[in-house]
Design a protein. Structure first.
Length: 127
């Protein structure tokens, strides 16, 4: 548990799903070192197949105070980090919630495919 920095419940779940192999000796359950190495390699392989940084679900929410008069829906999603380590946030806006969600999904799909995003990236303004 300490080596993987996981809780007992998480360890038993990994054992139950056969992602972590164990052996029993009497009443003790032992995890071989090779099993931990194999599990870490499995995590690295899964991570390589996914996108670079985890993001939230593509959702749109009501516009902020600056655009309430225009009644627009604004959707924002994380697009990873730039070279400086700052988070890149893609922003889309639309008249309806459905349209904003569709634009946001298209933005995320283009980003996952490696295409440059056409939408303006939101940056925090300095006060």
């Amino acid at each position: 548990m300490a080596l993987l920095n996981l809780s007992r419940t998480q360890i038993y779940e990994l054992i139950r799903t056969s992602r972590l192999v164990t052996v029993t000796q009497g009443r003790r359950r032992l995890v071989p070192a090779d099993s931990i190495t194999d599990y870490v390699q499995l995590l690295l392989a899964e991570y390589a197949g996914r996108r670079a940084w985890p993001r939230g679900v593509a959702t749109a929410k009501a516009a902020s105070a600056g655009t309430e008069a225009r009644q627009r829906w604004v959707g924002r999603a994380s697009l990873g980090y730039n070279a400086d380590g700052k988070r890149r946030i893609g922003t889309v806006s639309a008249r309806t919630k459905t349209e904003a969600k569709n634009k946001l999904r298209a933005l995320l799909r283009d980003h996952d495919d490696g295409l440059p995003t056409q939408q303006r990236l939101h940056r925090r303004r300095r006060c």
